[in-house]
Design a protein around this ligand. Structure first.
Ligand SMILES: [Zn+2]
Length: 195
């Protein structure tokens, strides 16, 4: 029996043909370990001739930043932050290989300062929930037939997706915005055509 491929976070000196391949491998490795990556820092536009790089961090990285000078005693709402100053970081730089460029991992700080999630909890991280075009089609059909948000989320989960009711609500909001924008563009083009 063939051994199942185990997802791991890309190691030091591993090479990736594209940033997308690196990102998806990193996220798959993080998922297997019980956390998720977000972008910490990047230079992807050859800024000032510097090497292109991307640094990912654990979503619990860095601390909550008080950008409004708000004092704890003046807060009206409970502080809800997922940031715990976790040091985990994964850095990749672009390097030339012959006529091509590859992305090479040159730093991985791998030790978290918090507990990792169990596989049954991993869907609590939005980075590990996703809706593909089949799920969006299912959403549209079920919305037209008047299904509730919860039953749409259940149907998507049964069809191999991973989502929460709030993802369905977010999708509804996104599609509504897209619909409004296309209506607006149509209206503008009609006005322009009439003149
Ligand atoms: Zn962490």
């Amino acid at each position: 029996m063939a051994a199942e491929a185990v997802n791991t976070v890309p190691g030091i000196n591993s090479e990736w043909p594209s940033l997308e391949a690196f990102r998806s491998a990193a996220q798959a490795g993080a998922k297997a370990e019980g956390f998720a990556f977000s972008t910490r820092d990047s230079n992807l536009k050859d800024y000032r001739g510097k090497h292109k790089f991307l640094t990912l961090q654990c979503t619990k990285g860095r601390h909550w930043f008080n950008s409004h000078g708000l004092k704890e005693e003046a807060r009206k709402r409970r502080r809800l932050t997922k940031r715990e100053g976790c040091p985990v970081a994964l850095r990749v730089v672009e390097q030339k290989r012959g006529n091509d460029f590859v992305w090479v991992v040159n730093q991985y700080i791998a030790t978290h300062n918090h507990q990792l999630l169990f596989p049954t909890q991993i869907h609590s991280l939005p980075q590990h929930r996703s809706l593909n075009s089949d799920h969006v089609t299912l959403y549209r059909k079920m919305t037209l037939s008047g299904s509730s948000t919860c039953s749409i989320a259940t149907a998507i989960n049964l069809s191999g997706g991973l989502c929460l009711p709030k993802d369905v609500r977010n999708l509804r909001a996104r599609l509504r915005v897209a619909l409004n924008v296309s209506y607006l563009l149509q209206s503008i083009s009609r006005v322009i055509c009439c003149h």
